[in-house]
Design a protein around this ligand. Structure first.
Ligand SMILES: N[C@@H](CCC(=O)NCCCC(=O)O)C(=O)O
Length: 251
């Protein structure tokens, strides 16, 4: 009987009233639990208060989620971010070193939206900070005055790269994806391979070329109602299989 894998989902650190909380969106938890068939746990953004080796020894996979906060520009040599930008230095300080160490150790890593951006930065890449200001690009943001069903509805196609992991999963050249972000990949990190691009050329997915296990990131949100989308369901199933394999590996 295979042991159910344990997956850590990176938390945001948020000040709610007088206290700080470490938060994960429920849609990520259910996608890991039901889509990947894993035990979903919150991985608090405790920075180096928890040695990375401890985290890697306890978890069979790691999910780096979306978040309304921006990756701090100091991590990729970006321009100073405008006053009032929603930042989360605790998450940055936890996620960025952990992503690289996890991939190097062969722990499955799945990045979504902010997690995709973190993964790019962790591998030495950089970010566009406000895609909507580039006239050559689509506006990739959601309209947060709309109901969630509209915000997370398909927004544009992505072209899946021939021979890539996603192309193999989707078995088609293009898929429709949702889009809820203003930041994106500018310079792709070292050792990353493009898996998908938006019609405006923006990189929308990549994998780590020489990863020992699952190491994939997407700019869109496959966790949203994943069971209603064959590509999303396949992504979480593949992530879960990789985590199960790690969790049941014979030492
Ligand atoms: N803040 C970054 C990343 C955007 C992002 O992750 N949005 C989703 C937030 C809510 C959710 O978890 O679904 C950017 O704006 O590019």
């Amino acid at each position: 009987m295979l042991r159910k894998p344990l997956v850590g989902i990176i938390a945001d650190r948020r000040q709610l009233g007088n206290h700080a909380f470490h938060c994960v969106g429920e849609k990520y938890i259910t996608a890991v639990s039901d889509g990947a068939g894993a035990y979903a746990t919150i991985l608090p953004a405790l920075m180096d208060r928890v040695p990375i080796e401890d985290t890697l020894s306890h978890f069979d996979g790691l999910l780096f989620t979306g978040s309304p906060s921006m990756v701090g520009a100091e991590h990729y040599g970006g321009a100073v971010q405008p006053e009032g930008t929603w930042l989360d230095p605790y998450r940055d300080a936890t996620a960025l070193p952990l992503i690289r160490a996890a991939v190097d150790a062969g722990v499955p890593v799945f990045g979504i939206c902010r997690g995709f951006q973190e993964m790019n930065v962790a591998f030495g890449g950089s970010l566009l900070q406000a895609i909507q200001t580039d006239p050559s690009k689509l506006d990739h943001r959601e309209d947060d005055s709309e109901p969630l069903d509209v915000q997370y509805a398909p927004a544009h196609e992505v072209e899946l790269v021939e021979g890539g992991l996603l192309r193999g999963i989707a078995r088609t050249k293009r898929v429709l994806v949702n889009s809820l972000h203003q930041q994106g990949v500018d310079r792709l990190g070292k050792g990353l391979r493009v898996e998908a691009r938006a019609p405006d050329g923006l990189i929308e997915a990549f994998r780590v070329a020489d990863a020992k296990s699952f190491a994939l990131a997407v700019q869109w949100h496959p966790e949203w109602r994943f069971a209603e989308n064959s590509m999303s369901a396949a992504l979480f199933a593949a992530f879960g299989d990789a985590c199960r394999q790690r969790g049941n590996a014979v030492p």
